[in-house]
Design a protein around this ligand. Sequence first.
Ligand SMILES: Cc1cc2nc3c(=O)[nH]c(=O)nc-3n(C[C@H](O)[C@H](O)[C@H](O)COP(=O)(O)OP(=O)(O)OC[C@H]3O[C@@H](n4cnc5c(N)ncnc54)[C@H](O)[C@@H]3O)c2cc1C
Length: 544
Amino acid sequence: MRVVVVGTGIAGLITAYRASAQHDVVLVTKAELAESNTKYAQGGIAAALFPDDSAASHIEDTLRAGAGLCDLPAVEVLCTEGPQRVRDLIALGVEFDRAADGELARGHEAAHSARRVIHAGGDATGLAIEVALLRAVRSIAVEVHEHTFMRDLVVERDTEGAERVVGIDAVAPDGSAFRIDADVVVLASGGAGQLYRHTTNPAVTTGDGIAAAWRAGAELADVEFYQFHPTALAVPGSPLVSEAVRGEGAVLLDEHGRRFMFDVHPDGELAPRDVVARGIAAAMARQEGRPVLLDATGLEAAHHPGFLEERFPSITRVTREHGFDWTREPVPVTPAAHYWMGGVRTDLDGRTTLRGLYAVGEAACTGVHGANRLASNSLLESLVFAWRAADALDADAGTAPPAGEGRRLESAASRVHRLEVVPRSGSAASASRSPRPVAGAAGAATRADIQNLMWAAVGLERDATTLRTAAETLAEWSVDATTVAGLEDRNLLDLARIVTHAALVREESRGAHDRTDAPETREEWRHSLAWHLEAAALTEEVPA
Ligand SMILES: Cc1cc2nc3c(=O)[nH]c(=O)nc-3n(C[C@H](O)[C@H](O)[C@H](O)COP(=O)(O)OP(=O)(O)OC[C@H]3O[C@@H](n4cnc5c(N)ncnc54)[C@H](O)[C@@H]3O)c2cc1C
C-alpha cells in the first residue's frame, strides 16, 4: 500500500519507521523534520518498567486523572503495552538517563503513585527521542516532503458508495499546490496549542490534521478538554517549566512568599495538573493577574550545588536567557495551554470513523486521557498507538481499510444536538481548488483575535454566558485563507468553534473543563461528546 504519514513527531516517525517494512511510505511535514511538540517534551515518558511498580497501578492513576471519562480498554492497552514499547524505543537508539548503578533513572510527576517517568538529557527527553527516531527513519526507504503543508484530505466515494480518503492536497515549499495519492493517510499532525494566547506549544501546532479530518467527515471527540500546564515561565513564548521540577520538590509561592497550593488540595504542588493550574490562576487573580513564583532554590540545598543545571539543563538555559538565576531566586510562572485531550476519534488501532484515514499521537483521541491527561502519558500514547496503527496497516493491507468501529455510540434522538451554528469555513470537496478567502473582510479576524478570545472565554474557566458570546463572535469571524498561514488560521477558526460549542454543551465541571456556572461533576455527563460534520450533529457516548 501507499501510506502517507502527515507529521514527524514521535507518532509520525514511529508509524513511518514500522510501516516502511511492508508499505511505500510518504512522510509529509510542514516545517523542518524535527519541529514538533515532541522535540520540546521535557519531563519524560511514563511506563511501569520497575519491579516496585505495575501496569495495574499505572492504569489506576491514569483513570483517576481522567475524571471518569477514560476509555478503559484503551488505558489497559497503554499501560500494559507501554513498558515493552519503551524498551523498543531504547532499541531504536533513544538513550534514557541512567543512575550511577546503570539502571534507568526515574523521576516522579504529579498524580503518579510511583516513580515511573524516565527521561533523557535531563529535561530534553523529546529531543533525544526525536533525534533517535529521525536517525532510524533516515536509514530506511521513506519518501520525505519537508516544508510541505497538508491543506486538506482528499475524499472520494468508492465503488460501494462509501466515502474514503484517497490522498492529501498539499502546498509545496514554493507555494504551489499538489496532490499526493494514497491508499491510506495517517494523521500524526499533533495538537493545537496555537488556539490560545499562552501556550507551551511551538508555532506548528495549529490543529491542521484535526480540522482537515473534521471537514472530511471524520468524528472528533473530547474536544472541550484542553489541558493547561500550570507552570510556563511568564515571559513571551511561555516556555514550559516541567512538572518534574515540582516532582523534585520545588514549591509555588504567591507574591507575598506564601505557599498557597495546600489551601487548594491535600497534595499541594503535586495535585493533578488542572487543580494546580486553577490554583495558580486563582492566586494570580488575587494579585491582579501578576504571575506566581516557582521556588526551586531548595533543590540545590537538598541535593548538591549544580543539581538544577544537571537535572534540568534546558530549563536552566531558558531561565538564564530571560535573566533569571533559579538556583538563587524564585521564577515567575503562569498557566498555558499545553495538551489537547480531544482529537480525531479512533479505535484501539488508530482507525478513524472515515475509511482510509488513521490518526495517531496528539491528533488522535483514543480515549486514554479522558477529561485530563496524566503527566508523561502522551509520549507513551503516541508510541503505543502509532505502533499498533502500523500493525493494523499490515493487517488491513489488501482490503479496503475499514472504518474504525469506534466506541459505542448512544443514538437516542434526545442525545443528538444539532450543530447548525458551526459554519463550515472550508470543505474537503473544495480542497483541490485554489485556496481562496473564506469570506469578505467584514468579519475578518486575525490569529491573535482567535487566540485572545479563546484564552479569555474558553480557557481555564468557562461559563455559559461567556461561551455563548464567544460562539456568536466566532461564527461571524472569517479568515483570509490564501496563504499557508491563512490556511492555519482557517483550521484554528474551525477548531475554536467546535471547542467553544462543546464547552457550552457540557454543563458540568470535569477534569480540565471547569464551568464556574456548573461547578459540580454530574453523573449524567459521564460520557464523551463526539462531533461529526456530515450529520451536523453532536452525539453523546455513554461508556458501557
Ligand atoms: C513543552 C512541552 C513539553 C512536553 N513534555 C512532555 C513530557 O514530558 N511527557 C509527555 O508525555 N508529553 C509531553 N508533552 C506532550 C508531547 O510532547 C506531545 O503530546 C507529543 O509529542 C505529540 O506527538 P505527536 O507526534 O502526536 O505530535 P507532534 O510531536 O506535535 O508532531 C506533529 C507533527 O505534525 C506536523 N504537522 C502539523 N500540521 C501539519 C500539516 N498541515 N502538514 C504537514 N505537517 C504537519 C508538525 O510539523 C510536526 O512534525 C510536552 C509538550 C510540550 C509542548
